[in-house]
Structures are given as C-alpha cells and as structure tokens.
Design a protein around this ligand. Structure first.
Ligand code: NAP
Length: 305
C-alpha cells in the first residue's frame, strides 16, 4: 500500500512525486514511456521557463526533471495504467502487465494526447512525411518545402524552428488570428520564407502512397481551394485528455478535462489531478509544476487526516 501513486512523469507528476517524498510519504510514480518528461520532450527550445533566461531545450529540461526525480530516489514503474478504481478508502491501479497496486491517494498527471485533424491522408502519411515533432524530424527536411497546420504556441514556436531548415514554409491556420503568443507571431511574420495562410482549413493530405506530396487547403471565406506542394507536413492541432481508465465518475469540463478546485482536489476524496489533464486556462510547464506540488500537499493533508 503506497501513500500516493502518481500517474504520469511529466512536470506535474514529477513535481507531485518530489513534494510527496519530501513529506516522507511512500510514493510511486508510474509512466508508460521509457523517457520521462511528457510533452516537455517535444519543444526544441523553451524560453519561458522562469529562471533560465538563456533558454533550454525540451530534451535538456526533461533530463533535469528526471535527474531531480532520481536525486530523491523516487521509485518509478514503467507501465501503462489500464484502470483506476476506488473501494472504500483504497485506490487500486491495474497495470498492463496484469499487476495491481494500491494507494491511499492518487495524483492524476497523465497529460493529454495529440488531437488529430481527422482528414484523409493523415493516418496514411503519418511517419511518411507527416509529423508532429519538429525536434525529432526537422533535420530530415533541410532545404525542403514544409507546411505547418495550427496556430497555437506549439505551431508558432515550431514553425520558427522549422524555418531554420526549410527553404519554404507554409503556415496554415483556420482563423485570421493566432492563438499562440504575440511575440512568436511577430517573429515568424518577419521571416520571408514563411507564408501564412490565415483563414484556411486543411481538407486532405495527398501523396503517392509512399510519402506525402501535397496538402489541399480551402479558404474558409471564399471557399476557393488550393493545393500546396510540399516535402513534409507538421501538425500541431493541440491535445485532448483521456480519462477512460477511471472506473468511477469524476467531474469533467465540456472538453473532457478533469475539474478540480485550487487545491487540485477532484470531487473524489483522495483523488487529485495536476497539469494538462486538469481543466485550466494556462497549460505551461511552470503551471504543471505548480499543480503537482499543490496536489502532493493536498494529498498529504488528506492522508494525515
Ligand atoms: P493549442 O493551444 O490547443 O492550439 C491548437 C491549434 O490547433 C489552435 O490554433 C487550433 O485552432 C488548431 N486546431 C485545433 N483543431 C484543429 C483542426 N481540426 N483543424 C485545424 N486547426 C485546428 O495547442 P498547442 O499549441 O499544442 O499548445 C498546447 C498547450 O501547451 C497550450 O496551452 C499552449 O499554450 C502550451 N504551450 C506553450 C508553449 C510556450 O509557452 N512556449 C509552447 C507550446 C505549447 P484555433 O486557434 O482556431 O482553435
């Protein structure tokens, strides 16, 4: 019986585990991936992590988060969580290897999964010119034509990065305004190789059956269609939560994120949610770290009665 099981080793989960350990609680962190850090691994460069003004790579920050976890000798289990149930005051976590673990409190910090566009060609050409990780795939596209879909912080930041490799870059966004930070939008609009297509939706990803070759887009105002020829396509359409592993009901918002109060408490005693999986207005590494530390603090109060 653990005091706290933390589900997910992104920034929220790692912060929760470290705070729990520092409260002398028996804590276990469970992560399905072999490399820790969650979505921190994706951005090529992070320049708004307060206290590191020179910036740090996503991979670099992930390594530091993992080192911090190891410094506190926090046990980690590499497994996929199949379900979480609650009986009286005990939570049972069932894992993909058929084992079961029990805890007095749970911190849900699994983050979110990539949202797909659901357009023809998306699944077919994934990994064959279609990607959602610029850090992983940008070097394959030196002096090539690329397109990016999306207008959030991921799309903007990764467009700026991809433009260092590409000879031409089309940025396709369905609205006339970007969702991401103004500082990023201003920077990319100054780059002559980046051609924004604002107010356009992506209709179809085309290729020769082996690799991607073009993207069919439509002007949402005029309904005029255009085929953009390219060598690679990066999709940054945001993320969705997945709470299907919970065997009991906890309150979710309209988009499926877990509702909590400011103490990260869900409506279920002993169950906390932290980071991107939680309903909140600002999803950032620093807000995830904050959520995780608060969740561990609340769980400690709950366990100590
Ligand atoms: P996001 O903020 O949810 O943006 C997703 C983008 O994809 C939006 O522009 C959205 O358009 C577009 N989109 C969604 N579904 C679409 C569809 N079916 N067809 C076409 N476009 C679609 O996601 P994100 O940029 O990945 O960021 C996720 C979270 O991480 C955010 O909270 C973000 O602020 C944070 N983040 C922060 C940083 C940073 O601070 N440096 C970097 C990366 C991410 P609409 O705008 O029209 O909805």
């Amino acid at each position: 019986m653990f005091d706290i099981i933390v589900a997910g080793a992104g920034p929220a989960g790692i912060a929760a585990a470290i705070y729990a350990k520092r409260y002398n609680l028996e804590v276990l962190i469970i992560e399905k991936e072999y490399i820790l850090g969650g979505k921190v691994l994706y951005p090529h460069w992070i320049e708004n992590f307060i206290g590191i003004p020179e910036g740090i790579s996503g991979a670099g920050l992930s390594e530091k988060l993992q080192a911090h976890l190891e410094f506190f000798k926090i046990p980690l289990k590499n497994a996929l969580i199949q379900s979480i149930s609650k009986n009286d005051k005990t939570f049972t976590v069932s894992l993909s290897d058929a084992s079961e673990l029990q805890a007095k409190a749970i911190v849900l910090a699994q983050g979110t999964k990539e949202r797909s566009l659901g357009i023809p060609g998306e699944k077919e050409y994934k990994g064959r010119g279609v990607s959602s990780c610029a850090t992983c795939d940008a070097p394959f596209f030196k002096h090539k034509t690329l397109a990016v879909i999306g207008g959030g912080n991921s799309a903007l930041a990764e467009t700026i990065y991809l433009a260092e490799f590409a000879s031409k870059l089309h940025l396709v966004h369905r609205r006339m305004e970007f969702r991401g930070a103004e500082i990023l939008a201003e920077q990319l609009l100054k780059n002559p190789i980046i051609q924004p297509h604002l107010g356009f939706t992506a209709l179809e990803i085309r290729g020769d059956g082996q690799k991607v070759s073009s993207l069919l887009i439509e002007n949402l105002n005029t309904k005029k269609q255009e085929e953009v020829f390219l060598d690679g396509l990066f999709i940054f359409a945001g993320y969705e939560p997945d709470t299907s592993f919970l065997t009991f009901k906890t309150e979710l918002d309209d988009a499926g994120f877990i509702k909590t109060n400011e103490n990260m408490e869900t409506g279920i005693p002993g169950l906390y949610a932290a980071g991107d999986i939680r309903s909140k207005s600002l999803r950032q590494i620093i807000t995830a770290l904050s959520d995780g530390s608060i969740a561990a603090h609340s769980a400690r109060d709950y366990i100590k009665g």
